[in-house]
Each structure stands twice: as C-alpha cells, then as structure tokens.
Design a protein around this ligand. Structure first.
Ligand SMILES: NC(=O)c1ccc[n+]([C@@H]2O[C@H](COP(=O)([O-])OP(=O)(O)OC[C@H]3O[C@@H](n4cnc5c(N)ncnc54)[C@H](OP(=O)(O)O)[C@@H]3O)[C@@H](O)[C@H]2O)c1
Length: 262
C-alpha cells in the first residue's frame, strides 16, 4: 500500500500544479466577447483542425470568412457546417493549393477582385512530417506549403491588407521552430539525406523569421503581424484520465505562446 502512496502523491501534486498554472503557461482561453461584424478574414487550410475551429469561432463573432482549401469537397462541407452552426451565411469556400504557385496567384486574384477588404489573413494550413514530396514548383513540400506558399500569398494580398488597415497577418508557427535550422545551401533537401522532422522544423522557423521581418517592415502602417506559436486545442478532462495526465503535463509545460505585435 505504501508503495502506491508516493507515486499517487507525486502525480497528484504535479497534476494540481500544472492545472493551476495551465492558463499562465499556455495563455489560456480567449475570454474576449468582441465581435468582428464587417470584417473579412481569409484563412488557409480551414476545412479541419485548428483552421476549422478558428473559422467557426470568427464566424460566430460575425465575420465574413473566406476559407482557402485544396480539397473543395471538404471545404464546401466544412463551410456549410460552420454556416449551420453559427447561422452566419457569410462563410465561403475557395480553392487554394499552397503547393502550387499558380493556384496561390489565382486565389489571390479572386480575393483582390471579389473582396472589398481583407482585415485578417490567417496563414494556418500546414503539412507535417510528410515523405520527401515536392510541390508543383519543385520545392520541398513542407517548406513549400508551410512557408513559401504563405509567403507568396501574404505578399500578393499585402496591398489589400494595407488598404484595409488596421489589419493583421497571423502566421501559425510551432514550438518546433526552436530546433529548426535554415540550410540556405540546401533548402530543398537535395544535397543531404531527407529528414522529415527537421524539414518541418525548418519550415516553422521560416514562419517565425518571416513574421518578425514582416512585422518590422510594416511598422507604422497600421498593419500588424503576429505569430501563433502553439495553439492549445482543449484536451478534455476525460481524455486526461484515459491516457494519463503526464502527457497533459508534458504538453502543458511545452506550450509557449509567442506573440510579436506592432
Ligand atoms: N496541432 C498542433 O498541436 C500544432 C502545434 C503547433 C503548430 N501547429 C500548426 O498549426 C497549423 C494547423 O495545424 P492543424 O493541427 O490544425 O493541422 P491539420 O489538422 O493537419 O490541418 C492542416 C490543414 O492544412 C491543409 N493543407 C495541407 N496542405 C495544403 C495545401 N497544399 N494547400 C492548402 N491547404 C493545405 C489541410 O488540408 P487537407 O484537409 O486537404 O489535408 C488542412 O486543412 C499548421 O500550420 C501547424 O503546423 C499545429
């Protein structure tokens, strides 16, 4: 019996500590009740995951939401679901394949022609740890989609964002950027053995560097740029007990929210 008490005490203490400090460490849940009626948000990769959750939340707050996704069937279905859940009819699906410069240019043209303003651009789409795939234009898939695609899209929409000031660009980075290295001699993994983990980290570091530079260049232009370093996806209490709270602790300790604002 005594053998069980120590681990129980230890686990209990760590669990209480991390629960109490969760908000501090992760940045907590957004408590703002702000609405965004009249504002247009463009969000990439919004048919699933964080992108879909963000699109739904912003639609609830009254925004006009343009979801840019590569699979139109999934995108239309997600847009329809969000419209139904939020009763906001202004949620639209639009084709965007970030692995194709042609598709990015076409998407940007449509936005520039059809939308009166772009108040927020959320560069969310991402591929993680895929094999050594290449984009249509021959770039490493993770670098191409996660960084280059969003880099091009942001630059193509920059004038629109400036016209709509105060506006904001939000780039979804990752804590993985900490161990990332930019290999300027071989960005596309052609001279060395492909390492999918490192390729992801490199792409996420590129997100961070791009965001910092953009924030610097946009200073004084009423157009801001911020990095979302880690998004807490709301692990449910039941899940905690099922797989063991230590995973929760580990994740909580690693959650860092980096925000660069101008
Ligand atoms: N989840 C985390 O804990 C975490 C942590 C740190 C950072 N992040 C970052 O947060 C972002 C979203 O992550 P997530 O977990 O929500 O990912 P996810 O569930 O895998 O969703 C990724 C989205 O990106 C889309 N996408 C992939 N390739 C694309 C392309 N070529 N063109 C257009 N869209 C494309 C996917 O479309 P399909 O459905 O068609 O594949 C999907 O909609 C990513 O940038 C990721 O690096 C996530």
């Amino acid at each position: 019996c005594a053998g069980h008490i120590m681990p129980l005490l230890y686990n209990g203490t760590v669990f209480c500590f991390t629960s109490l400090h969760r908000n501090h460490v992760t940045g907590g849940r957004c408590s703002s009740k702000a609405t965004i009626t009249g504002k247009t948000v463009v969000i990439t990769g919004a048919n699933t995951g964080i992108g879909k959750g963000t699109a739904q939340e912003l639609a609830t707050r009254g925004g006009r939401i343009i979801m840019g996704c590569r699979d139109m069937e999934k995108c239309e279905a997600a847009a329809k679901e969000i419209r139904g859940n939020t009763l906001n009819p202004h949620v639209y699906a639009c084709h965007l394949d970030l692995a194709s410069m042609k598709s990015i240019r076409e998407f940007a043209e449509i936005i520039k022609k059809k939308e009166q303003r772009v108040d927020v651009l959320i560069n969310n789409a991402g591929v993680m740890r895929c094999p050594a795939w290449k984009t249509e234009d021959g770039f490493d898939m993770q670098f191409g989609v996660n960084h280059l695609g969003h880099f091009l899209l942001t630059n193509l929409l920059l004038d629109k964002l400036k016209e709509s000031a105060p506006s904001r660009v939000i780039n979804l980075a990752s804590l993985a950027h900490i161990v990332g290295k930019i290999d300027f001699e071989d960005l596309n993994w052609e001279k060395k053995k492909f390492d999918t983990k490192q390729a992801y980290c490199q792409s996420k570091l590129a997100n961070v560097l791009f965001t910092r530079e953009l924030a610097k260049r946009l200073q004084g232009k009423s157009t801001g740029c911020c990095i979302c370093g880690h998004v807490w996806e709301g692990v449910r209490p039941m899940f905690l007990f099922v797989i063991g709270h230590w995973i929760y602790i580990f994740k909580t300790m690693l959650c860092v929210r980096v925000c660069v604002r101008v």
